[in-house]
Design a protein around this ligand. Structure first.
Ligand code: SF4
Ligand code: SF4
Length: 228
């Protein structure tokens, strides 16, 4: 892959993912990567017509036709679409939105962007640490498909959370008690009790980080893909 043009488009994140992307991409800029700093949807006309990668942050508001149609426009213009961060990839904390808040009380349903457009790769995390995106870009620009398989498999998922981890890994008895889920959880919703993960449901923001970091669950994702 020659020079890669990356455009970061924010459709309504808390900006945590934006800061992470900025830090990651600033450090790889110039190494075959041209990075266009965050664009809001209303600035889409400023985006260069030809670009390779759309890095999308934030979940899509299903009560906003304009956002949905702009997202489809982005899909048409980008060769590769990456859902960056848990809200964009699997819904994350925005799944808890109930509407009724000013200035847009009618905005009540937020879903991962693959509910509306095809996504090529998803990188969950609340936010994903910059080194994850740096490694991802290295694998992508060097054509290392093997290392991209997991991100491709996650792009097929519409939800991923501590509940899925308990269902798929702990209750099925394949957990090895490594503790990676506990360490990676940003809200401390998982703790190991007698070597087995226990979920505190009200603390889980459905970011999916534990699932992706779990060696067993990530194996399931690779084997079963979107149906895991
Ligand atoms: S348990 Fe923690 S890491 Fe897992 S989805 Fe919930 S908040 Fe995210
Ligand atoms: S990361 Fe996976 S294998 Fe390790 S303790 Fe958590 S559920 Fe078990």
């Amino acid at each position: 892959m020659g020079e890669v043009k990356v455009v970061h488009i924010d459709i309504g994140s808390c900006e945590g993912c934006g800061v992470s992307a900025l830090r990651a991409l600033a450090s790889v800029k110039g190494k075959g990567i041209v990075y266009y700093t965050p664009y809001l949807l209303k600035q889409l006309h400023e985006i260069p017509k030809e670009f390779d990668i759309a890095l999308v942050t934030g979940a899509v508001c299903m009560n906003d036709e304009k956002v949905i149609s702009r997202l489809k426009e982005i899909r048409e213009n980008a060769r590769i679409v990456i859902a960056f961060g848990s809200c964009s990839a699997v819904g994350g904390i925005l799944r808890f939105a109930r509407g009724g808040q000013e200035p847009r009380p009618e905005h009540r349903t937020f879903l991962p962007i693959n509910s509306v457009i095809k996504v090529d790769y998803s990188i969950p995390g609340c936010p994903p640490p910059p080194p994850v995106l740096q490694s991802f870009m290295r694998f992508l620009t060097s054509g290392n498909e093997e290392r991209l398989k997991l991100f491709r498999a996650i792009a097929e998922k519409r939800k991923l959370s501590g509940f899925d981890l308990i269902d798929d890994v702990v209750l099925t008895g394949i957990c090895i008690g490594c503790g990676a889920c506990e360490i990676s959880c940003p809200t401390k919703a998982i703790r190991l009790v007698d070597g087995r993960p226990d979920l505190i449901p009200e603390k889980c923001i459905r970011c999916g980080t534990c699932y992706v970091r779990c060696p067993r669950a990530s194996q399931l994702l690779l084997v079963r893909g979107g149906s895991a």
